[in-house]
Ligand binder design. Structure first.
Ligand code: ADP
Ligand code: MN
Ligand code: MN
Ligand code: MN
Length: 347
């Protein structure tokens, strides 16, 4: 059989948090270059991207990887969404990031995103008792053994699949709340980290199907004394990574401090439930930065101070953030001519 399956994947128009959609296209032969992938269309009225009367929207492939789940020559194809007249659809936040990334590429910005998420089975976090709660937090972070970590089989399979697909996964760990996990992508450029993150999320959802486990990116999946889920965004430029880069990192923190409220608007919905100042978070209402400080908005890792160069960690983005928006906001603020206003990123 020469025919292959290409899974066309895109971000929909749901508000306040967009979600992934995908459908399968059969192609006549294996694909060896992005340009060979045809455009496709879909019913935008079913994804909050069009009205029923004018419902067709276009899918334009922008990045593809081998499909480690189906195997063979099958592929996963990430797409941008366009209107029939060829303009980017309002929900297409990648289109703006393409522009900012081009404007700032001479500074060689790198991103590393820590994606936290929570596994559920039915309406309960995976492994939690049907009634009541597990033992309080304390022993679960980087825990070992089936009484401490839930869903390890899925995490192992997902990490292996991401690596087989060529994604730049940097690591994984069990989180503070039982059934909560993290994987990191990067450090790579803005478009790369964002595209990879969306595909890694897609693979997590898809592989969860085989385990009857669902993953949620909701920033505070369980109310009360349980950690929320974030997407810490680590960032550096060539100047920050060079000798004496610490000064450039401090300047970046100053720039970030001027747009705290505005950044929060593009860092994910329902983040106010998570950024309480408790559970290793900062208050949503004030900006702060500090060395090794996991209660600050922005943390400068200790090795960065010791080496006088390195990167900063923006701890504010929620797990459900759109990396296209977050990366664009950081690039405009730190490397460009300033933050543009939330509407430019969110559309
Ligand atoms: P934490 O201690 O906050 O849990 P992690 O090890 O989970 O840290 O994540 C650190 C992230 O920082 C990784 O995704 C890694 O790729 C990224 N990173 C490392 N160096 C840089 C750099 N110079 N610029 C941007 N990101 C970086
Ligand atoms: Mn981490
Ligand atoms: Mn974490
Ligand atoms: Mn972190």
């Amino acid at each position: 059989m020469h025919k292959i399956r290409a899974e066309y994947i895109w971000v929909d128009g749901q508000k306040p948090t967009a979600k992934l959609r995908s459908k399968t296209k059969i192609l006549d032969k294996p694909v060896v270059a992005l340009q060979e992938l045809p455009e496709w269309s879909f019913d935008g009225s079913s994804t909050q991207q069009a009205e029923t009367k004018h419902s067709d929207r276009l899918l334009r492939p922008v990045f593809y990887i081998p499909d480690p789940i189906r195997g063979g020559n099958d592929i996963l194809v990430l797409c941008e969404v366009f209107n029939p007249d060829g303009t980017p659809h309002a929900s297409n936040t990648r289109a703006y990031l393409r522009q900012v990334a081009a404007r700032t590429q001479d500074q060689e910005p790198w991103f590393g995103i820590e994606q936290e998420y929570t596994l559920f089975q039915g309406s309960r976090p995976l492994g939690w008792p049907d009634n009541g709660f597990p033992a309080p937090q304390g022993g679960y972070y980087c825990g070992v053994g089936c009484d401490e970590v839930f869903g390890l089989q899925l995490i192992e399979a997902h990490t292996k699949a991401c690596l087989e697909a060529g994604l730049t996964i940097a690591g994984t760990n069990a989180e503070v709340m039982p059934a909560q996990w993290e994987f990191q992508v990067g450090p790579v450029g803005a478009l790369e980290v964002s595209d990879q993150l969306w595909l890694a999320r897609w693979m997590l959802y898809r592989m969860g199907v085989d385990f009857n486990i669902s993953a949620t990116l909701y920033p505070k999946p369980v109310k009360g004394d349980w950690n929320g889920a974030g997407a810490h965004t680590n960032f550096s430029t060539k100047a920050m990574r060079a000798e004496g880069g610490m000064k450039v990192i401090e300047e970046a923190c100053q720039k970030l401090s001027k747009f705290h409220k505005e950044h929060i608007e593009v860092y994910g919905a329902h983040n106010e439930e998570r950024l309480t100042g408790l559970h290793e978070t900062s208050s949503m209402h004030t900006f702060s930065y500090g060395v090794s400080n996991r209660a600050a908005s922005v943390r400068i890792p200790l090795p960065t101070v010791q080496n006088n160069r390195g990167y900063l960690e923006d701890r504010r983005p929620a797990a459900n953030m759109d990396p296209y928006q977050v990366c664009a906001a950081l690039l405009d603020t730190i490397c460009g001519d300033g933050f543009k206003g939330a509407a430019v990123y969110a559309k």
